[in-house]
Ligand binder design. Structure first.
Ligand code: GLN
Length: 545
């Protein structure tokens, strides 16, 4: 019988429920169990695709093209299992399904209600395909007490009742704050949070206590006593300097043993945790540093670049060389101050993004990287702008641009006619056209032989995840022939340009896709490895010159 683990959060958000869920999953995998992780988000958007990165952080894209919560990225990175569309749900999705059924007459004249109709759909989602695995881990977004979350808590309560105690575990993550002036850790918020959970009928089996200090024995006992939980199931989750240390930390706290005990499954004392131990070891070996400038516009909210940051962490662990990301707000750059702003960096990245703000400034940074032979990595929007910069400043197409930023420009990036046709958007307003045309998810790409990128991938056929709508306008391809810019990769259906590089530059590569989504701690992405390698070379050559 499949076991279900429900992970909820209390007191405040951002305590690391996603990392806790991923770490528990990694430990159960090490114990030899098969699992699946699902994310349930109570908000009313259909998916986070339309939410501002400032509000919701990065939109993580799955192989099958779903725009999902960034936690799914953590699940993938910790477990190596690629997430699917059917791993995430929001209230928006549940309600649209529900209302469709209502209109179709599926409810046969009955009154459609949150309980049981919404809760039944939530349960259906949780149980779907669950028989294929030993464990389904379900992370409920938000914190207990949120109004939107109530149907989810009710649904998981019901499942506990229906599936039985030995098949369901409730894990609650709370905050145990440290009050400096009193030199004390405070357990009261945890007690209140558990009280809230119990008031809706859920008694947690395990409490994870996030704190900046070690939680002393007597405080643990107190939490256990007041929350009705065995002391060994009150598990501390102390702040760590790397999220990849979390699985081992939880293991030392005994979470894997306790979970398996609750559901009556065997625990293997000799589980292989070497990959996690190696991470710990390698982190200690990190020496030296490269400075990488990230020129973007969501800097005040780093969660917007979650997968990018993690991909650089993976490259850092691979090279055992610190990758210091220097965040440069695009707005603050112009042709006059660019050398001062980007002086002393060993590489420049222009990551993905949408909208007009900061575009010209990013182009200034790209020009600087091109002329000064600084390793440059353009991701999605970064690739588009690198191509535009080259068209303007080398090919002298002075108004080269994307129609995303200027409808009257020489449109070297544009919505493609087949995108519009494929989505039946010919007679729609320009706004509606934009709505239906994002290219999402995994697509095959064929790389040109003997190009830099082909050498990096060591393969001619690759598959990467996409999230963009504007494409290089192939009508302009002839302008680039015989120039230093080579289009080195093409979608395997021959329709779209996927990658570009500069032949005479040590490392100047732009990709229309998002390689960062696929980088994992145990298999860092080759482009990130190679880019950091080239940044290290630049650093070494500037030290010796
Ligand atoms: N705004 C660009 C497009 O839609 C790039 C998108 C991105 O960087 N993810 O094509």
């Amino acid at each position: 019988m499949t076991k279900f683990i429900f992970i909820t959060g209390g007191v405040v958000s951002s305590l690391g429920k996603g990392i806790a869920t991923s770490s528990i999953a990694a430990l159960l995998q090490a114990q030899g169990y098969k699992l699946r992780i699902k994310k349930l988000d109570p908000y009313l958007n259909i998916d986070p695709g339309t939410m501002s990165p400032f509000q919701h952080g990065e939109v993580f894209v799955t192989d099958d093209g779903a725009e999902t919560d960034l936690d799914l990225g953590h699940y993938e990175r910790f477990t190596g299992i690629s997430a699917k569309k059917s791993d995430s749900i929001t209230s928006g999705k549940i309600y649209s399904k529900l209302l469709l059924k209502e209109r179709r007459g599926d409810y046969l004249g009955g009154t459609v209600q949150v309980i049981p109709h919404v809760t039944n759909l939530i349960k259906e989602f949780i149980l779907d395909e669950s028989k294929l695995v030993d464990f389904v881990l379900c992370e409920i977004g938000g914190t207990v007490g949120d109004i939107e979350g109530l149907p989810y808590f009710e649904a998981i309560r019901q499942l506990g009742y229906e599936l039985g105690k030995e098949n369901t575990i409730y894990i609650h993550l709370t905050l145990v704050p440290y009050l400096k002036h009193a030199s004390e850790l405070k357990t009261k918020p945890t007690q209140h949070s558990v009280k809230e959970l119990r008031s809706i009928g859920i008694q947690p089996d395990i409490i994870l206590c996030r704190s900046e200090k070690k939680i002393p024995e007597h405080e643990r006992k107190k939490i256990g006593l007041f929350c009705n939980i065995k002391e060994e199931n009150v598990i501390q989750s102390q702040d760590l300097d790397s999220i990849y240390k979390m699985p081992l930390a939880y293991h030392h706290e005994g979470i894997d043993r306790q979970i398996l005990k609750i559901v009556n499954l065997p625990y293997n004392d000799n589980a292989d945790l070497s990959i996690w131990k190696d991470i710990d070891k390698n982190n200690k070996l990190i020496e030296g540093k490269v400075n990488i400038a990230v020129v973007g516009k969501y800097h005040s909210f780093k969660d917007s670049y979650k997968s990018l940051i993690e991909a650089f962490k993976h490259a850092e662990m691979y090279h055992k060389c610190k990758v210091e990301l220097i965040w440069i707000a695009a707005e603050n750059i112009n042709d006059n101050n660019v050398s001062e702003k980007l002086n002393n960096v060993d590489g420049i990245v222009v990551p993905g993004g949408f909208g007009k703000r900061g575009i010209e400034e990013k182009i200034s940074a790209i020009k600087f990287a091109r002329i000064n032979k600084i390793p440059f990595f353009g991701i999605c929007l970064g690739m588009q702008l690198a191509t535009i910069e080259f068209a303007r400043n080398v090919l002298n197409i002075s108004d080269a641009n994307s129609t995303e930023f200027d409808l009257k420009c020489t449109n070297i990036f544009d919505l493609m006619q087949n995108q519009i046709k494929d989505n039946n958007l010919e007679n729609k307003s320009s706004k509606a056209k934009i709505g239906g045309t994002l290219r999402l998810g995994n697509y095959k790409c064929t790389l040109e032989k003997n190009t830099k990128i082909q050498n990096i991938y060591k393969s001619l056929q690759i598959e990467e995840r996409h999230r963009h709508r504007y494409e290089f306008n192939v009508n302009f391809i002839s302008e680039f022939i015989n120039s230093d810019l080579e289009f080195s990769g093409m979608s395997s259906d021959g329709k779209y340009i996927e990658t570009m590089e500069l032949k005479s530059h040590p490392w100047f590569i732009g990709v229309q896709y998002h390689p960062e989504y696929k980088s994992r701690p145990f298999s860092p992405h080759p482009l990130f490895i190679s880019f950091i390698d080239s940044a290290k070379n630049k650093l070494n050559s500037s030290l010796t010159s």
